[in-house]
Design a protein around this ligand. Sequence first.
Ligand SMILES: [Zn+2]
Length: 316
Amino acid sequence: MKPYVFGVDLGGTTVKIGFFQSNGELIEKWEIPTRAYNHGANLLPDIAQALLGKLTEKSISVEEVEGVGLGVPGAVLPDGYVKPCVNLDQWGGFYAAQELSELCHCPVKLVNDANAAALGEMYWGGGKGYRNVVFVTLGTGVGGGIILNGKLLTGVHGAGGEIGHMKVAEADDVICGCGKSGCLEQYSSATGLVNRAKRLLSEQNMDTRLRSMENLTCKDIFDCAKEGDPAAAQLVDDMSRMLGKALANVACVCDPEIVVIGGGVARAGDILLQGIREQFAAHAFPATLETKFALAELGNDAGIYGASQMILNEKL
Ligand SMILES: [Zn+2]
């Protein structure tokens, strides 16, 4: 095993990069802007330049790097083909690992970003100590990752662990980013929660503080729910019910030890976790009732930690 690896998390606005020791310990992390325009033509050259630049700065040769794990916001097929990524100006449609490997002169392994975060949380965060982990990230969308016996369930079409697109409701007039409706993402993402709040306020006459708020955010809704605002509490209850029920369905398919909840929405903390636990218990197949729940711990760093594990976990 060579002494260093890189973990890279290619996001819509920034590329997060971590430089790690081969025992998985982070040496340094930094970010570069994502230049996604022109179908992302600059993305891999920018990343290669950042990695090689760091090695030069530290007087480390590329021969001392075991490899680069790269998390991308889209579907990755088992052979390393990346499908075009919506939030990277349709970057993708090719074998990105091979291209980056040629640019930075070391092996590269690709992983979907939510799957990377799941690995990161299993090795270093909320799922530490477990080998069978369901990870769900609640942000602008709902992402997921399923790890069974320490291995990611990536699937054949790159759709393994896409919990956000499970159907949790009958067809609805709100269309999901995937083109369908009734997806968990429409109910349990930050965007989904705010949209549902706006709808509730326009359809019902409830007396609620939410009505007076300009640019209503997900945090406002959770804050008001914690203070006992009935409309906010109803919205949070609905969200927890959708999530708890969806996770009960996931649990009876893959029977994990622990479910780790991450993403910006998870900052709401115990009110969210408690709601999900209760709803999970109400809907779970009895054999899965002992499934544990935890909040994610690595925040925005989960992706770089997990991407580095794409290289490390085969070696550890
Ligand atoms: Zn969907």
